[in-house]
Design a protein around this ligand. Structure first.
Ligand code: IPM
Ligand code: MN
Length: 353
């Protein structure tokens, strides 16, 4: 297969983990005889500094022309601490989602046995937890009508039937490949938008008789996720609820630095870690590249290249088993590995596999 990849490394630790992702991708492509080419493009704080736009037109064009985007992270404290900044790196991320029509954000919440002890929850609750959150990504309050003056402000949580139907379909398709259980998370006891979600889901559920559908209010879902994370298989929810619940999800696994995600929809799909740009660690060669590397696995799997994805997952498992780990997850007394060294080890393992 021929793959054209747009690489958007972004800010902070982005470039360091991006380089590892690209090396792993190249190693896997070489092994399986795929032809891969990369187009590098700017985004985030770094693009604001260079051209005044966090998602410039040239970057958009490169994304549109690619088969997939390998994205790393955006964000810089100089914007966080400046409430009057006219343009922010995060706007680049939202522009990318909207312009590429990335309405489905797939965030797996997956545990690694050797890291379960890092979770704030008890081992027995976390061990074996494995679900995915399908977050609607281009609608809701993020993109609805907004207003702000000094006395009043609002964000509108608008959803249309087609927007709800298409994201629910993604959830059902995933459920069919997994444990056939969809949990629709909403706030239908209070919000009109949620009532439409629930109505549409109730209408669609009979079309998937092999899948169990249940409904949960978002407050209850937040609680259930920490009381019984193993309850969930596929969770589907609107943009804002999904934003909040996936942070909760990533932290119950004890390994935020290990979780990848995929955003798919109308145009080029994007694969990225769920973590941020960690500016404090920039250039220190300490960032964990595994979430980025696992995003590459998701990229291959998206193109139905299952063996390629599996090889990456095995390489990651092997690195963890052999304590080839970045500092934040290294065992006491374990050898020192930086971002680059973990990357080099993975590439080597893949070549020899
Ligand atoms: C995420 C992030 C973004 C979001 C921010 C950076 C705009 O938190 O991808 O979850 O809120 O969607
Ligand atoms: Mn978030």
């Amino acid at each position: 297969m021929e793959l054209k990849i747009a690489v958007l490394a972004g800010d902070g630790i982005g470039p360091e983990i991006s380089a590892v992702g690209v090396d792993v991708m190249s190693a896997v492509c070489e092994k399986f005889g795929h032809k891969v080419s990369y187009e590098y493009a700017i985004c985030g704080a770094h693009a604001i500094d260079e051209v005044g736009d966090p998602f410039p037109e040239d970057t958009f064009k490169k994304c549109m022309a690619a088969d997939a985007v390998l994205f790393s992270a955006v964000g810089d404290p100089k914007f966080d601490n400046n409430p009057s900044a006219k343009v922010r790196p995060e706007q680049g991320l939202l522009a990318m989602r909207k312009k590429l029509g990335l309405f489905a954000n797939i965030r797996p919440v997956q545990t690694f046995d050797c890291l379960v002890h890092k979770s704030p929850l008890k081992d027995e609750l976390v061990k074996g937890a494995d679900f995915i959150c399908i977050r609607e990504l281009t609608g809701g309050m993020y993109f609805g009508e907004k207003y702000q003056d000094d006395e009043k402000a609002y964000d509108t949580n608008a959803y249309t039937r087609p927007e709800i139907e298409r994201i629910l379909k993604v959830a059902y398709d995933y459920a069919r490949k997994r444990n056939k259980h969809v949990t629709v998370v909403d706030k239908a006891n209070v919000l009109a938008s949620s009532r439409l979600w629930r109505k549409v889901a109730q209408e669609m559920a009979p079309n998937y008789p092999d899948v169990t559908t249940d409904f949960m209010y978002v407050d209850n879902a937040a609680m259930r996720m920490i009381q019984e994370p193993k309850f969930f298989d596929v969770m589907v929810t609107e943009n804002t609820f999904g934003d909040i619940l996936t942070d909760e999800g990533s932290c119950i696994t004890g390994s935020m630095g290990l979780l990848p995600s995929a955003s798919t929809g109308e145009h080029t799909p994007v694969f990225e870690p769920i973590h941020g740009s960690w500016p404090q660690a920039k250039g220190l060669n300490i960032a964990n590249p595994l979430a980025q590397v696992l995003s590459v696995a998701m990229l291959f799997e998206y193109f139905d290249l299952k063996k390629e994805g599996e090889l990456i997952r095995k390489a990651v498992d092997a690195s963890l088993d052999q304590n080839v780990r970045t500092p934040e997850i290294q065992i006491a007394g374990g050898a020192k590995y930086g971002t680059k060294e973990v990357g080099a080890w993975l590439v080597d393992w893949i070549k020899k596999a």
